[in-house]
Design a protein around this ligand. Structure first.
Ligand code: GTP
Ligand code: SPV
Ligand code: MN
Length: 648
């Protein structure tokens, strides 16, 4: 009987809803309801039928108490920040302008790769067929039936008593032909405030949607543990049941249980990379985990470079670099994601689909990244950094930039004393979320709707041993092989424990939206699209000497490597062939006026044992992880490398 009443009242309110939609006057009171649930912010008439259907479906599933359609305005943002303060999710940082500190539940501090799935009809569409008995590491597959069950189990009624926020957002400049639209519903006001920084969000995007176009559908809830007990009310989450799902066939993203970073800001890794890469494959372009920078040499010639390094391996730092070489200028287009396609003239062009930086805080300082320091003390949300008694923030790397009289509270809220406390003050994956417009070196073309022309692509990673500072691919196929063979030391950006060298092809291992073998074929196919392909390089700022110290000073000094790369783009004769690729001749790398001694020979040495082992590791990896899906061309590249390394 109660069931009947509920049904009839739903029917009644659905009727009212339909009636409300016919009204042309601004929506008010009773009429601004959806499925009997009041819309406390925004107007139903502003929504296209597809948007409405999407909201209705999720209201039915999640059963929120209220609906808030975001307009992206300052007023809305202030209201949400106030609410977040009341909930204890954020505290103000009075030392700066409109800056906030959030502390998460310590069980929710990074992306969870093991709980991230792509859902396709056939496993082989998502991941390569691995060798018998070998666990695949190139993504996780879930069947449509299991996905449906996982969603039903977690999302039914998951927003009871909460507000469902509806976030219309654009990845890329609003209205650019290279941009894509998404709609995220979430029960986290922190996510709304962060999405407002990281994407173009609000009214202008709703207006675009009025033509009833399609969008990437994003559903997010921080969840509630199955026993109903929320451990920390200021940061609800459900770590045990966290799951991040993607359905490329319908452009759906469904994320449950985490409020942090790439798990919850669905425009970033879920949309721009995983769903993005599947759209890119169909449409003939590239969605990559890459920074984009503009670099002008002393002669005034400007080029753009894209670079793929794994998470926490230096993209933000390179993208905002202050060159130490006189006469050089670096400008920033993006620090994490590049969407790239060849134009009608065969020129590769890139846009940064994001609108802000979600950057690693530890290690950021005036000596390592002064441009980031000029960016992040306005309109910024910090998460899991330490705080100071003068209303500021602190993390590892700021030791020399803090007054000794200031008291520090660590990311867990405990007193922390410099030089005494053994645990880190800030979580190693603590981050700043800050608008790109605040960065003093944003490139004048960073929002150009046609994108910027790319002259070179860099791959790189943390390689403490054996891998030289820089080397150049012999050609496109060799370059694609280098991307496929990338390895890097694991970092705190995901849940991996310890510093192990992991294979991380194209810095995309956690972000492939489809079978990596097919992804390689897609990259190889770019050769047919252009006669002026960008040159490909591999860089490694992280090689260490026998004393365990970095051999290369890095950061601004990396401009010396960019200088060599630019000269190679200009076809200057300044390289020497080696079995692994082209390296600078000893006089070609500008090492003038370096503050510290650099051992060129050691930086570029190619130990035979190391490279024999490296080739073996790549061979084993390809055989076990990619198997039959490995393109013949890549297999040949490996064979050639093996033969060449044998001559070392
Ligand atoms: P995601 O946002 O996770 O994708 O990371 P990212 O690739 O943007 O990494 P980021 O630039 O934030 O750097 C992460 C860490 O690497 C920081 O602790 C930096 O201090 C350190 N780092 C960056 N560049 C260099 C460098 O040239 N040399 C050395 N030694 N460390 C560097
Ligand atoms: C990364 O891990 O590569 C990031 C941070 O950029 S997150 O948004 O959490 O994915
Ligand atoms: Mn990243």
């Amino acid at each position: 009987m109660p069931d009947l009443i509920e049904k009839s009242s739903t029917l009644y309110t659905a009727e009212l809803g339909r009636f409300a939609k016919q009204l042309t006057a601004p929506n008010v009171g009773l009429y601004n309801q959806l499925r009997g649930i009041s819309v406390v912010h925004g107007n139903l008439q502003d929504l296209s039928q597809k948007v409405r259907n999407f909201i209705e479906d999720n209201v039915d599933l999640c059963q929120p108490e209220k609906i808030h359609v975001c307009d992206g305005s300052d007023t809305e943002n202030s209201h949400l920040l106030k609410l977040l303060q009341q909930q204890g999710t954020i505290v103000p940082l009075p030392k700066y302008e409109n800056c906030w500190l959030a502390r998460t539940n310590p069980a929710d501090t990074a992306r969870v790769e093991s709980k991230t799935f792509i859902c396709t009809d056939h496993r082989a569409d998502t991941i390569p067929t691995t060798k018998e008995g070998v666990k695949g590491t190139l993504g996780n597959w879930l069947s449509p039936r299991d996905m449906e069950a996982a969603v039903k189990d977690r999302f039914t009624g998951c927003m009871k008593g909460r507000t469902m926020y509806v976030i219309p957002f654009s990845m890329g400049p609003v209205g650019s032909p290279l941009s894509k639209i998404g709609l995220q519903v979430t029960d986290s006001a922190y996510v709304v405030a962060s999405m407002r920084i990281m994407t173009r969000m609000g009214k202008p995007v709703l207006d675009l949607l009025l033509d009833n176009r399609n969008f990437v559908k994003c559903l997010h809830s921080v969840g509630t543990p199955s026993n109903g007990v929320i451990q920390m009310s200021h940061w609800p989450c459900d770590p045990e049941r966290t799951i991040i799902l993607h359905r490329p066939a319908t452009n759906d993203i469904i994320s449950y249980g985490s409020g942090y970073g790439g798990n919850s800001l669905l425009g970033k890794k879920c949309f721009a990379l995983r769903i993005g890469s599947t759209i890119a494959q169909q449409e003939g372009w590239l969605a990559e985990h890459m920074l984009i920078l503009g670099v002008t040499n002393p002669a005034g010639k400007k080029r753009y470079i894209a670079a793929a390094f794994p998470s926490a391996c230096g993209k933000t730092n390179l993208a905002m670099m202050t060159p130490s070489l006189p006469g050089y200028k670096v400008e920033c287009v993006g620090d994490d994601i590049a969407w790239m396609r060849f134009d009608n003239h065969g020129q590769l062009r890139a846009i940064n689909p994001e609108n802000g930086f979600f950057g690693v805080a530890p290690g950021t300082s005036n000596s390592s990244n002064p441009n980031a320091m000029k960016t992040i003390f306005k309109d910024t949300i910090f998460t899991n950094v330490a705080s100071t008694s003068d209303g500021g923030v602190y993390w590892e790397g700021l030791e020399n930039e803090i007054d000794d009289s200031v008291k520090i509270t660590d990311w867990l809220g405990k007193p922390w004393v410099k030089g005494e406390t053994k645990t880190p003050a800030a979580h190693p994956n603590s981050r700043f979320c800050t608008p790109a417009v605040g960065c003093p070196i944003m490139d004048s073309q960073w929002e150009a709707s046609e994108g910027v022309p790319i002259s070179a692509i860099l791959f790189g990673g943390r390689r403490p041993k054996g891998v030289p500072l820089v080397y150049e691919a012999k050609n496109w196929e060799h370059g694609v092989f280098i991307g496929a063979a990338m390895r890097s030391e694991s970092t705190a950006a995901a849940e991996h424990k310890g510093k192990v060298i992991m294979h991380d092809p194209f810095a995309m291992r956690p972000f492939f939206g489809y079978n990596f073998g097919k992804y390689l074929e897609h990259w190889l196919s770019m050769e047919d699209k252009s006669s002026k392909l960008p040159k490909i390089f591999h860089v490694n700022w992280f090689r260490k000497g026998n004393d365990g110290k970095f051999l290369w000073p890095g950061f601004g000094e990396n401009s010396r490597v960019l200088d060599w790369i630019l000269r190679r783009i200009d076809n200057e004769d300044c390289a020497e062939d080696t079995p692994i690729g082209l390296i600078p001749t000893e006089s070609a790398l500008n090492l003038a006026n370096l503050n510290e001694e650099v051992d060129f020979k050691e930086l570029f040495s190619l130990p035979r044992d190391f490279w024999m082992e490296e080739v073996e590791a790549i061979e084993k990896y390809f055989k076990e992880q990619v198997g039959m899906d490995l393109p013949q061309t890549i297999e040949e590249q490996l064979k050639n490398l093996k033969n060449r390394v044998n001559t070392l």
